[in-house]
Design a protein around this ligand. Structure first.
Ligand SMILES: NC(=O)NCCC(=O)O
Ligand SMILES: [Zn+2]
Length: 606
């Protein structure tokens, strides 16, 4: 088993919430820090001790902090991986690294709620694993992923969970959590679901309405009911698998064997029917429902109607759907299910549903197979391994199609790329916001810069990129992962195994008790701006000029804006140049003789 999967090993999100609720922020922080240290008890691959040092001090100054609900101008002081202070006149210790974020947005790190890394599927295995996938995620501004434990048909959920922990623990460069898929239904599955929620930090289960491991309606009913009993969230892949199988047979018999057969066999109404059915079943047992990877206007309208009728349901869309729907001829490389639609209105429609909160979040469904693997289905579209990339480019694609076009504000961008995932999967406010006490998962985002996506320059292992040639505004310049600068002025400096497994506790207030959310909101110490003020002060007008670069006054922070003198004997991880596995191996050896962490021991506040 991985290094953290037993009850009580990790910090419980509810403990964190409680700390914030009581306004006892410092004790919450200290309690969190002491538990956080225990998280890495038995790593598969050790992160060098200096990278776990407690003396990790970083100040980000002069930037525009964008949270879901407000935009503020304040500096952020980080220590030990946690945001310790925010404001304009911070008093901070010497020896702190300073990053000047003038003219840049400071965003909560992206949370990708839908990835498949190191995944065996359709007779082959994804080329991106937990190292290459999370490395690429960080390069694009994503600092946490939620992947899927995918048991083979009939396999025990617990065995599959342990296997996925082995795959991820010690490999992931950023934090991660797991949903667990139900590839069959039985009383044992029901019991395993309970164990996973109570002992292994899992709070969501995914059921398939397509593929040969799909559940029938009565099984879906029982699975949703069990999710509701446990306080978990039921997710569905909504497509009518029986209709798809029949359509595919007919198309193949008619000689339609190429990739165009994929969407023909899975028309929009086949998705819509399953969305409706899933909502109806969830309603019977009062289970909150998460509709993953919606691809059509029709599906969103159905979801909207059920939500107005009182169903607690959430909708996710993928970067591929808003990025390239309607703009490509079908080819092996873009095959994913549900399909990337040929309807050219799709990107605008889906983005509008994200803007109006019919949809809450955007994932990547990153599931990458190389060109040669995709060739497995060149003579039969049903054999094309399903899946595309998106983990690295999700943030830029959403910015380009959403903010740059003026459909959504930077705050809504934060909500759909980070905050809502944190809320739905009960990680908020530890993740998904920039607030005192939250994990220092932060992106410094240059909205004025552009980059052109290409497989030649991306960091994923896959040998093509479905967004090839797309120029996007919005570039991550610095990405801070648990307080460590892992993308440093465009230079990637990730550490294999730096990420932790994060528990997702059941009964997420956002899902089961939305009234409680107000009490979870981070306390605003220095709320200097809001969306209107942002428009007035910085001439930011989203629709006319959706992607401005703010110009800000000099901060009053008292720390000089250069890398300060480091106190004798302390090593600052922010200055570390270690980035790759090989380098870590060397360094691990050199650390063996060191008794105390080179960064010194933590003594709480300075
Ligand atoms: N999405 C896809 O086509 N492949 C990954 C498996 C799934 O999520 O359906
Ligand atoms: Zn998926």
């Amino acid at each position: 088993m991985g290094r953290k999967g037993r009850k009580g090993e990790g910090r419980d999100q509810n403990d964190f919430n409680l700390g914030i609720r009581c306004c006892d922020r410092l004790s919450a922080i200290f309690e969190y820090l002491s538990v956080k240290k225990e998280k890495m008890s038995t790593p598969v691959k050790k992160v060098p001790i200096h990278l776990q040092s407690s003396q990790n001090r970083l100040l980000i100054k002069n930037g525009t902090v964008v949270n879901e609900e407000d935009v503020t101008e304040e500096d952020i002081y980080i220590e030990d991986g946690i945001i310790k202070q925010m404001g304009n006149n911070l008093i901070i210790p010497g020896g702190t690294r300073v990053i000047d974020a003038r003219g840049k947005y400071i965003l909560p790190g992206g949370i990708d709620p839908h990835t498949h890394l190191d995944f065996e599927f359709m007779g082959t295995r994804t080329v991106d694993n937990f190292y290459s996938g999370t490395k690429a995620a960080i390069a694009g501004g994503t600092t946490m992923i939620i992947d899927f434990v995918f048991p083979k048909k009939g396999e025990s959920l617990l065995d599959a969970y342990y296997e996925y922990r082995q795959k991820a623990d010690g490999k992931a460069c950023c934090d991660y959590a797991f949903h667990v898929c139900l590839s069959h239904w039985s009383e044992q599955v029901k019991r395993d679901m309970e164990i996973l929620t109570k002992e292994h930090g899992v709070n969501s289960f995914k059921m398939f309405m397509a593929y040969d491991f799909m559940l029938n309606d009565s099984e879906l009913y029982s699975a949703f009911e069990q999710c509701q009993n446990l306080g978990a969230i039921a997710q569905v892949h909504a497509e009518n698998g029986s209709i798809i199988a029949k359509n595919a047979q007919r198309l193949l018999a008619r000689g339609i064997t190429g990739p165009e057969g994929h969407e023909m066999s899975r028309p929009e109404e086949v998705e819509a029917e399953a969305v409706n059915r899933a909502c109806v079943i969830a309603k019977q047992v009062n289970a909150p429902l998460y509709l993953a990877q919606l691809t059509t206007e029709q599906s969103c309208e159905i979801l909207k109607d059920h939500v107005s009728d009182g169903l607690r349901a959430f909708g996710e869309v993928e970067a591929s759907s808003i990025g390239i729907s309607g703009s490509l001829k079908p080819n092996l490389n873009v095959i994913v299910s549900p399909p990337i639609r040929s309807n050219p209105d799709t990107p605008y429609k889906l983005m509008s549903f994200l803007a109006s909160d019919v949809l809450q979040l955007i994932g990547s469904d990153n599931c990458t197979f190389n060109k040669a693997q995709k060739e497995m289905g060149k003579n039969n579209f049903t054999k094309i391994p399903n899946g595309v990339n998106g983990l690295e480019d999700r943030m830029s694609v959403v910015w380009e199609k959403g903010v740059q076009t003026g459909i959504i504000s930077p705050s809504r961008f934060v909500a759909i790329t980070s905050t809502n995932a944190a809320k739905i999967f009960n990680l908020y406010p530890r993740k998904g916001c920039i607030a005192v006490g939250s994990d220092a998962d932060i992106v410094i985002w240059n909205a004025g810069a552009t980059r052109t996506i290409s497989a030649q320059t991306h960091h994923q292992a896959v040998d093509f990129n479905i967004f090839e040639g797309m120029t996007c505004h919005g570039v991550a310049e610095y990405v801070i992962v648990s307080g460590r600068v892992c993308l440093d002025d465009g230079q990637l400096r990730v550490v294999e195994g730096y990420g932790h497994f994060v528990d997702t506790p059941v009964f997420a207030p956002f899902v089961y008790n939305p009234d409680e959310m107000d009490s979870l909101k981070p306390i605003k110490i220095n709320d200097v701006n809001d969306f209107d003020l942002m428009e007035k002060t910085h001439k930011i007008k989203l629709v006319d000029n959706p992607c401005p670069t703010p110009t800000l006054p000099e901060s009053n922070v008292t720390t000089p804006s250069f890398r300060g003198h480091r106190p004798e004997g302390q090593r600052n991880i922010q200055e570390s140049t270690f980035s790759l596995t090989e380098e870590l191996d060397t360094d691990r050896k050199s650390c063996i003789r060191v008794r105390n962490p080179p960064g010194g021991r933590s003594s709480g506040f300075w």
